[in-house]
Design a protein around this ligand. Structure first.
Ligand SMILES: [Zn+2]
Length: 305
């Protein structure tokens, strides 16, 4: 925790050491890190999903029921991202504090910028796993800031005696994130409008923030595996638009992406959308440092643009 502001240090010094930390569970490692950023030593945080897992399909280990039973606060991604694995854990925990709608339940999507919101009837028809808008919204520093603020505000309500501490930690995170954003904007400035393809629809907020143009997906629909017909169409579109970058999340099979890469000459780039997705990605700011570093190197090496 380098570069804490003076205000944050003063608040740190003023905190009595004996008070129990707020016990926080989060659905994902991104939310766990953002909680640590604003909660510091006044929180104890654990994520249920690991950053290298597909967040739609997490194995819900029963050991998490006991952990949820003792939690003061549960932070979730929402938009039905966790619908396949989290609700039974919450119910079985029998912890009234963390049930949806209770004071110790925070849906981080409620204050975030959500893309791909449905305009018509909400449906999971044909297996679409994004029925309430795109749930991968955390991969945008603007949303990281909004999530951190929502967590800091919620922590202040759960532990009012530490409200000033959480507020100072948020201010410090906001400042460090703004400094990092200047660095990332400079890295990406030459590549505005770059056309890419991604495996899953994990990157709309990321693409929007950094000026990338996602022209297609390996999956025909979110959550539906690639089909030969869709892959053939995608290859011809990538050739037509001269797309040289294909992003694949670490938990997908590389067979189809690699055959698309061979057909089109595109680089298949495995890129993690989450903290913990690679051992180097130990916090939220490092997530962007790592991913943008990989992306810029691939752009240069392939002559994409
Ligand atoms: Zn998804």
């Amino acid at each position: 925790m380098k570069a804490l502001s003076i205000a944050a240090l003063l608040v740190l010094a003023a905190v009595a050491p004996a008070r129990a930390a707020v016990n926080v569970m989060t659905a994902t490692e991104d939310l766990a890190d953002l909680t640590r950023q604003v909660g510091g030593e006044r929180v104890k945080v654990e994520s249920i999903a690991r950053g290298y897992q597909d967040p739609h399909f997490v194995e819900a280990k029963p050991s998490f029921i006991l952990k949820l039973a003792k939690a003061d606060l549960l932070v979730v991604v929402g938009r039905e991202l966790e619908i396949g694995w989290l609700p039974p854990l919450i119910q079985q925990s029998r912890n009234a504090k963390v049930q949806p709608g209770a004071d110790g339940y925070l849906d981080a999507s409620l204050t975030a910028k959500i893309l791909e919101l449905p305009t018509g009837q909400i449906t999971r028809a044909m297996g679409d796993v994004h029925p309430l808008g795109n749930p991968h919204y955390w991969i945008d520093p603007g949303n990281g800031r909004r999530i951190a603020k929502a967590i800091a505000d919620k922590l202040a309500r759960v532990a009012p005696a530490d409200a000033a501490y959480f507020s100072a930690r948020y201010a410090d995170f906001d400042k460090r994130l703004a400094e990092a954003e200047k660095r990332w904007d400079a890295m990406m400035a030459p590549y505005k409008g770059l056309k890419i393809v991604t495996y899953h629809r994990s990157w709309p907020n990321f693409a929007d923030r950094f000026g990338l143009d996602v022209i297609g997906y390996v999956e025909p629909r979110p959550g539906i595996p690639p089909s030969p017909g869709h892959t053939i169409d995608l290859i011809s579109e990538m050739k037509r638009l001269n797309v040289k970058i294909l992003l694949v999340e670490p938990y997908f099979d590389l067979k189809t992406p690699q055959s698309i890469g061979r057909e089109t000459g595109a680089r298949v780039l495995v890129m993690s959308p989450s903290v913990g997705g690679e051992k180097e990605i130990t916090d939220y700011i490092k997530l962007f440092d790592y991913d943008l570093g990989l992306l810029v190197t691939a752009i240069r090496e392939t002559g994409a643009k």
